[in-house]
Design a protein around this ligand. Structure first.
Ligand SMILES: [Fe+2]
Length: 185
């Protein structure tokens, strides 16, 4: 599978403009709306520039490949968290890329440790959870907590889950360019 690559914050913005209008897997928002909603929640929570950028770019890996939007429904995991982390590591430090890499594992972590969390997952999110390995074993929980930014990954996950309301207003993409530049290496 060939992947697009990006090397600057401006190229990130361009790729969102070019490909961000695709559906966010089974939800009522586009990839771009979902990214803006997650970043807005992070900013409202007084998160660091790095974590706001991680929220904006957590699903960036979906924009890098050519798989269809409904790939999870067809039993295909695109491993977008790994693709995103790898592509963005050329531009950003671990404070940005590690929560991105861990945001799928964070869902598995929260499903394992918080009953109320699992109860709130959307249909599409349960479908992808099963593809991503379901709940975590003791070893997997311990490994997850060995990452320096695991707590940030959990915060990011909560914003990710809330970032699905098409009626919610957010600042435009250009608003986040300053954070992209501030957080870059
Ligand atoms: Fe997401």
């Amino acid at each position: 599978m060939s992947l697009r690559s990006v090397t600057t914050p401006d190229e990130i913005i361009e790729l969102f403009q070019e490909r961000g209008h695709s559906e966010y897997g089974g939800e009522d928002v586009t990839q771009l709306q979902h990214a803006l909603l997650a970043a807005h929640l992070a900013e409202q929570s007084n998160a660091s520039a790095e974590l706001i950028v991680a929220a904006l770019l957590h699903d960036f890996g979906h924009l890098l490949h050519e798989l269809p939007d409904d790939a999870p429904d067809n039993g295909i995991d695109d491993f977008h968290e790994d693709a995103g982390e790898k592509a963005l590591a050329k531009i950003f430090p671990a404070a940005v890329t590690e929560p991105i890499m861990l945001h799928v594992q964070a869902k598995r972590f929260l499903c394992t440790t918080e009953k109320s969390y699992f109860a709130k997952l959307s249909e599409a999110s349960i479908t992808s959870l099963n593809l991503q390995g379901g709940t975590m074993s003791e070893e997997e929980l311990t490994k997850f907590k060995s990452y320096p930014y695991w707590r940030d990954a959990l915060r990011l996950r909560i914003w990710d889950d809330l970032a699905k309301d098409p009626e919610q207003k957010t600042p435009a993409l250009a608003h986040y360019l300053g954070y992209l530049e501030e957080a870059s290496l």
